[in-house]
Write a protein that binds this ligand. Structure first.
Ligand code: PGA
Length: 249
């Protein structure tokens, strides 16, 4: 019922030239693959090359962050209307690397989500526990807190395009993945929280992606889980063959 979203998070990787090479190789590999939606989120500096590279295909282009103001004296920031004007359709919000290294909080995640939704972008809101929280049995509490604060004061109508990504921090870039059962359990917690905030009907339609060391050889076991509505892929999305392998799991 929910169309899967297969998303690439390139993080701080690739030049425009490398972006062009990626799309030349990637598009033929996924031509005719209509089962899922595909989005590639390069660094801002590659957006032009990515949009040109993906033209004529169904691959959408996203970015990895957005500021909450439309314009103003915010040196170094990029706004949602600016992204829309380029043809960007998706944005990752609240990635754990932003929370860990760049002072992202649940409150700024909420502001970014509101700005993205207001501008018509599809935000991919990242949540997930760190290892100590999982080991202390706090996983569900952490996910619930992150969701409640991220979704604060957003109406179900406004949130229509929202996508959530469950990314256990201990699984990101480590080669460790959550077991399909662990992921499905966490997704169920997130879906219940979304139902509390936005209602059952909304929650039933909400897409919840899994992220954290997704690779071509583990994509299928994760993606067949009914609770998992796609993947947010870091390292393994940098190579066209590898990301295509995941998309076509
Ligand atoms: P990874 O990153 O696939 O390299 O673990 C996932 C992410 O951070 O979105």
């Amino acid at each position: 019922m929910r169309t899967k979203l297969m998303a690439a998070n390139w993080k701080m990787n690739k030049t425009p030239d490398e972006t062009r090479v990626f799309f030349r190789e990637f598009l033929p590999l996924v031509a005719g693959h209509d089962r899922d939606e595909i989005v590639v989120c390069p660094p801002y500096t590659d957006v032009d090359a990515a949009i040109a590279g993906a033209r004529g295909s169904k691959v959408a282009i996203g970015v990895q962050n957005v500021h909450w103001k439309a314009d103003g004296a915010y040196t170094g920031e990029i706004s949602a209307p600016m992204l829309v004007s380029l043809g960007v359709t998706h944005v990752i919000v609240g990635h754990s690397e932003r929370r860990q290294y760049f002072g992202e909080t649940d409150d700024t995640v909420n502001l970014r989500l509101k700005a993205a939704l207001e501008a018509g972008l599809t935000p991919i809101c990242c949540v997930g526990e760190v290892l100590e929280e999982r080991e202390a049995g706090l996983c569900d509490d952490v996910l619930r807190r992150q969701c409640v604060r991220a979704f604060h004061a957003i109406s179900a109508k406004k949130a229509a395009k929202l996508v959530v990504a469950y990314e256990p921090v201990w699984a990101i870039g480590t080669g460790k993945t959550a077991t399909p059962e662990m992921a499905a359990e966490a997704h169920a917690v997130i879906r219940r929280e979304a139902a509390e905030v936005f209602g059952e009907e909304f929650a039933a339609k909400l897409r919840i992606l899994y992220g954290g060391s997704v690779k071509p050889d583990n994509a299928a076991v994760l993606m067949v889980q009914e609770e998992i509505d796609g993947a947010l892929v870091g390292g393994a999305s940098l190579d066209a063959k590898s990301f295509a392998g995941i998309v076509k799991y």
